[in-house]
Design a protein around this ligand. Structure first.
Ligand code: NDP
Ligand code: PYC
Length: 342
């Protein structure tokens, strides 16, 4: 980052709350969103921290979202928790359904949460880490807009479709990963465009199907999946599990629904949770130790576990009591706060 501005942890949350409420989100949604953005910014997740306030404000401006609507939990006597966001942001729906998912996972050993009819803009690791901090292993998946070409294709059919996983570790940070199945997240490409930096090779094609490193040409053309046909197949799986399986939209359908309006995509999300106590054949401690042996074997080679950078950022930023964000981003956020008020 070139020039930076220091914001205290309270300032991150206050700035988020102020922009969200002035933009038109009711207090419950504003708090759920501001808490997630603050959590992400403390971990130095630049593409899904404060930067995402622009997407939140654009979503309200596009006129499709209800900033005040209450999510509705559907009654269920099996291991599936369904929560209907009713056209609001996903995060409040997640908060409402989380205790039920934890309870059902402890009852059945495995349970799922389907969030339906939601606008979605956020990173998934804060959600799977809420489950791993309750001692459960968890996965989350979500489609987005059809910005991403399938392997061998020339136009967007798939979303950037993140996959997140978290595994609880006693007395330690969990093993967590969370990544887009596109080579780059859309938010990352937007950050490259803002910084005037070229993309690496292999991230996108332009609207004529030619490889490009120009972020704007990439956004006008199509993004590529990571790992060629492997990332492409994972991305299709996410479309299916977080789309038709749960009676919600694919990224193609989300793009059609938006009909050119800006803001966050509109679709569903699926989370799966596993209770190790019920899968471990009464040998939770031994099996935990075997998982730890694997982590040690990895780190002993000098390889790092995913999320180590994030946990280090969290420890550093929490200890010193502030985060650093780009001065240009801070200026743009202040302008957004003023516009939202006008
Ligand atoms: P990154 O490529 O930044 O990171 C992906 C994961 O890989 C992280 O867990 C990261 O850990 C880990 N990692 C990175 N480098 C290494 C390494 N050398 N060794 C081991 N692990 C490593 O993620 P993306 O840009 O793809 O995604 C960023 C965020 O965007 C995610 O949180 C995702 O949920 C969100 N997103 C949301 C979408 C939505 O529709 N809501 C769509 C797409 C993305 P670490 O953080 O410690 O570096
Ligand atoms: O970064 O790809 C992305 C993204 C899409 C929706 C929210 N973030």
């Amino acid at each position: 980052m070139s020039e930076t501005v220091k914001l205290s942890l309270d300032e991150i949350r206050d700035l988020s709350l102020s922009i969200l409420t002035k933009s038109g989100f009711g207090p419950d949604h504003a708090v759920a969103i501001a808490d997630t953005l603050t959590t992400c910014q403390i971990d130095d997740c630049q593409s899904h921290g404060l930067f995402r306030l622009f997407m939140c404000a654009d979503t309200i401006k596009a006129g499709q979202i209800d900033g005040h609507v209450e999510p509705v939990l559907e009654p269920s006597d099996n291991a599936v928790v369904r929560v209907n966001a009713q056209g609001g942001m996903s995060l409040l729906a997640f908060e409402k359904a989380l205790p039920v998912l934890i309870e059902k996972t402890r009852t059945h050993g495995i349970a799922a949460m389907a969030i339906n009819r939601c606008f979605h803009f956020s990173a998934l690791w804060p959600e799977v880490e809420r489950l791993s901090s309750a001692g459960l292993a968890a996965m989350a998946m979500v489609p987005s807009h059809s910005w991403v070409a399938p392997a061998g294709g020339t136009r967007g059919s798939l979303g950037t479709n993140p996959l997140a996983f978290s595994w609880p570790r006693r007395g330690k940070d969990p093993f967590t990963f969370d990544f887009a199945t596109s080579a780059f997240a859309r938010g990352e490409i937007e950050l490259y465009r803002r910084a005037g930096k070229p993309l690496p090779e292999g991230v996108a094609i332009d609207k004529y199907g030619n490889p490009t490193t120009d972020p704007q040409a990439a956004m006008d053309g199509a993004m590529l999946t990571f790992g060629s046909y492997k990332g492409s197949a994972l991305s299709i799986m996410i479309e299916l599990l977080a789309g038709p399986l749960i009676d919600d939209l694919t990224s193609l359908e989300s793009m059609e629904y938006a009909d050119g309006a800006g803001g966050a995509p509109y679709h569903g999300e699926i989370l799966l949770a596993f209770d190790p106590a019920q899968f471990s054949g009464g040998r939770v401690d031994e099996n935990d130790a075997r998982a730890e042996r694997l982590f040690t074997d990895i780190t002993d080679q000098g390889a790092r576990l995913p999320s180590q950078r994030r946990f280090a950022a969290r420890a550093r930023n929490t200890e010193r009591g502030y985060v650093e964000i780009a001065k240009t981003l801070h200026g743009d956020l202040q302008a957004l706060a003023e516009q939202a008020q006008a």
